[in-house]
Design a protein around this ligand. Structure first.
Ligand code: AHM
Ligand code: MG
Length: 339
């Protein structure tokens, strides 16, 4: 019988990657593991209890908040805050970042976390997969002082860890600390995550494209040209179109099967829809660690200089060769991006 290591065992055995580690990052991943189990429990029974539907509030970006968004946000915020293992946190669902340990006093921890507690939440009501995305940085301001905006506005290339949880047909936690990508599947009977997908890699090429083609008319010409290319009958094309509308799930499938995910700018959303800090950078870190690629169509996502917490950027992410072909089409037209 093959014995698979549990996430807990894996975290401990991988602490050796961090030379002068005090175990802070391990404790942080452990807390995310715990929060993921709690949220998973709630997401799974969503159809049973009166928790479905909208919470009646809107978040800072004017989008309706679903009840489970609010719940997931609370669980992740509470778990990470109460255990005092980080010094600050920013969430897609919160207007501003939060200093942990009160306003006037910081604590002695060095990591900040950025989180999208429940991505793709418009899918909850119809029993389609949703996900949590997280990203970890070392603060740049002095340890012990309250965190500041600059601790959160770091380039993605500074990430220490990133990952996601996909609440799908099975629940998986997939993460990287810069030493490859590993996936763990939850055994719901005993509440333990097992290493099920060691060393995940994007196939260099793929045959799936994921984009909301309903907005075709509003897309930049470079994207339209690339879509035409995807649909042409030549070599291994036409590709398959697969779009769940949950970034985490679309990414997860593409990483396993080979594919590209695109959320471009459009005349309706001139900066794109996805958030650089909560969605694109963590997924870009995972993609690169898995041999894939992520860009805004012109430059590497992780090299974009963030200017605001809830900043949006266009996103091209997936199998390396596919992203490069898409970028080739984009380069035929001048970039007019101003984030
Ligand atoms: P959300 O954070 O409000 O859930 O939005 C992000 C989601 C992604 O998961 C998904 O890929 C995309 O929005 C879908 O958007 P659209 O419905 O415009 O295609
Ligand atoms: Mg989101």
């Amino acid at each position: 019988m093959i014995t698979r290591s549990t996430l807990g065992e894996f975290i401990i055995s991988n602490q050796k990657h961090f030379k002068y580690s005090s175990g802070e990052l391990s404790r942080l991943i452990n807390s995310i593991r715990l929060a993921a189990k709690v949220v998973n429990h709630e997401v799974n029974k969503a159809g049973l209890v009166d928790i479905l539907g909208e919470a009646g509030d809107t978040n800072i970006q004017g989008e309706d908040q679903q009840k489970l968004d609010v719940y997931a946000n609370e669980i992740f915020m509470q778990t990470l805050t109460n255990r005092e293992i980080i010094c600050g946190i920013a969430s897609e669902e919160e207007d501003d970042f939060i200093t942990i340990s009160g306003k006037d006093r910081g604590n002695d921890n060095k990591y900040v976390v950025l989180i999208d507690p429940l991505d793709g939440s418009s899918n909850i009501d119809v029993n389609v997969s949703v996900g949590t995305i997280f990203s970890v940085y070392t603060r740049v301001t002095e340890i012990g002082s309250p965190v500041r905006l600059e601790d959160f506005l770091q380039e993605g290339n500074q990430q220490v860890a990133a990952g996601y949880i996909v609440y799908g047909t099975s629940t998986m936690l997939v993460y990287t600390t810069g030493h490859g990508v590993n996936g763990f599947t939850l055994n719901p009977a005993i509440g333990t995550f097992y290493l099920s997908h060691p060393n995940m890699m994007f196939p260099e090429d793929g045959a799936i494209y994921s984009i909301n083609e309903g907005y075709y008319i509003h897309f930049p010409q470079g994207v339209k040209d690339y879509l035409k290319y995807c649909q042409e009958e030549e070599d291994d094309r036409p590709y398959k179109a697969r779009y769940i509308g949950s970034l985490v799930s679309d990414f997860h499938r593409n990483m396993i099967k080979g594919g590209i995910y695109i959320y471009p700018t459009s005349s309706k959303a001139p900066k794109g829809k996805l958030r650089l800090l909560y969605e694109c950078n963590p997924m870009a870190f995972l993609a690169e660690q898995a041999g894939g690629k992520a860009s805004d169509g012109y430059m590497r996502t992780m090299d974009i200089k963030p200017t605001e917490l809830h900043q949006r950027v266009p996103f091209f992410c997936g199998s390396k060769n596919m992203v490069e072909v898409a970028e080739g089409f984009m380069k035929n037209y001048p970039e007019n991006a101003e984030y």
